[in-house]
Every structure is written in C-alpha cells, then in structure tokens.
Design a protein around this ligand. Structure first.
Ligand code: ADP
Ligand code: 5GP
Length: 201
C-alpha cells in the first residue's frame, strides 16, 4: 500500500545525440507530476548551459566528496567525465507521490535497477545511425575526439536495449514524447502498482 502512494521512478537512457535532453525538456511541458532530476557533473558547461538548470557543474574533488558522503544515488564515468544523480531530490519527490525521471547513462541505469527494482527503464534510440551522426554533429558541441567517442560507442550501447523495459524511437520529438507518456500512463495502471485497491474494497 505504501509503495503505491509513492511516485514512480523512470530512467531514460540512450546513445549520446539520440535526443534524451530534448525529449525530457518537452516531456516536462506535457506531463504533470513528473520531476526531472538534475545531475551533478565534472564536465565543462556547453555554451548556453546553466548551473542548476542543465547540470550542477562541479570539480572532481567536490564530486568525489558527494560520492563519499553517499549523496549520489548512482554515478558513473562517461566519455571521460563523472556524472551522478543527487539522492535526496529523488527520494523526496518519490516519497511525496511525484514521479521522477532520470536522464542517465547505461552504467548508472544498471545501478539504479539494483536499488529501485520497481523503476521503469526506457531506452531512447535515433531512427538510424546516419541520423544519429547528423544530430551529434548538428548540435555543434563536440570536439572531433568527443564526437568519435560518442558516435563510436553507439552501436555497443544499442545492444544494452535488452536490459530495458521499453524502447522508444525518437523520430519526431512530439511523437517520442507521446510514446513515453503512454508508458507512464500504462505503468500507473499496472496491476502490481494498484493492488492496494483490493484492500480499499
Ligand atoms: P542527447 O541528450 O541524447 O545527447 P540532445 O537532446 O542533445 O541528445 O539532441 C541531440 C541533437 O539532436 C540536438 O541538436 C537536438 O536539437 C536534436 N534532436 C533531438 N531530437 C530530435 C528529433 N526528433 N529530430 C531532429 N533533431 C532532434
Ligand atoms: P552529456 O555530456 O551529453 O550531457 O551526457 C553524457 C552522458 O552522460 C549521457 O549519456 C547522459 O545520459 C549521461 N548522464 C547525464 N547525467 C548522468 C547521471 O547523473 N548519471 C549517469 N550515470 N549518467 C548521466
């Protein structure tokens, strides 16, 4: 019963450039009671990125201290930088009955699976490799080296789709959002999450 009244934890992963950030931003406009977790990172901000909006940008030392104090729900090194999810935000929102979405890499998602087995794991993929390349290049944020790292990792990352509950193709942002909204609705209707109704009857 207590479990039902908690929010649901959604985890969104996928290759760099698939459109996770774009889709999450659009989802926040459309879905009520859904909170987006803001990660901590040691990566340098990209042009236009703001501290506390896109990420909490920290030094490696600050990051390590947070990890050592147990303040990160999960963390991983991705493409040479550290990224982690602040624990307190997630726990507070779920306890208040709000859903939370984490936009994190596959290593982090697998850690979350251990601590939140009832979480819902969604894998976002681009329509094709050609389109992925165009999106990473089109974003204009990567050096040739970081482009190679990100695009080069995509094929292997795609195979990890098997460890997720749902796969969503991000062809058009609005359509991808509608599919994720459908997943959110379906999860709220799952029998397992609604067994408390039997007691109420
Ligand atoms: P990720 O967070 O997965 O690395 P982004 O959200 O930064 O990806 O998107 C990568 C690039 O692709 C951005 O320039 C974004 O505007 C673009 N993009 C995202 N989704 C789509 C889409 N459905 N169609 C076309 N371009 C997209
Ligand atoms: P970017 O540098 O493009 O913003 O993110 C690089 C990768 O780090 C993406 O795959 C993104 O999902 C992942 N990432 C962002 N925040 C977190 C986090 O808190 N934890 C983990 N494990 N990965 C994250």
């Amino acid at each position: 019963m207590a479990e039902q009244r908690r929010g649901i934890l959604f985890v969104l992963s996928g290759p760099s450039g698939a459109g996770k950030g774009t889709v999450c931003k659009a989802l926040m406009q459309r879905v009520q009671n859904l909170c987006l977790s803001i990660s901590v990172t040691t990566r340098a901000p990209r042009a236009g990125e703001q501290h506390g909006v896109n990420y909490f940008f920290q030094t490696r030392e600050q990051f390590d201290q947070m990890a050592a104090r147990g303040e990160l729900l999960e963390w991983a090194e991705v493409y040479g930088n550290c990224y982690g999810t602040p624990r307190s935000f997630v726990e507070e929102k779920l306890a208040a009955g709000l859903d939370v979405i984490l936009e994190i890499d596959i290593q982090g998602a697998m850690q979350v699976k251990q601590s939140y087995p009832n979480g819902v794991f969604i894998f976002l993929i681009p329509p094709s490799a050609t389109e992925l390349e165009a999106r990473i290049r089109g974003r204009g944020t990567e050096t040739p080296e970081s482009f190679r790292q990100r695009f080069g990792a995509a094929r292997e990352e795609l195979a990890m789709m098997r460890s997720y509950d749902y796969v969503v193709v991000n062809d058009v942002v609005e359509r991808a959002c509608s599919r994720i909204e459908a997943v959110i609705t379906a999860e709220h209707c799952s029998v397992e999450r609604n067994l408390f109704l039997l007691n109420e009857w």
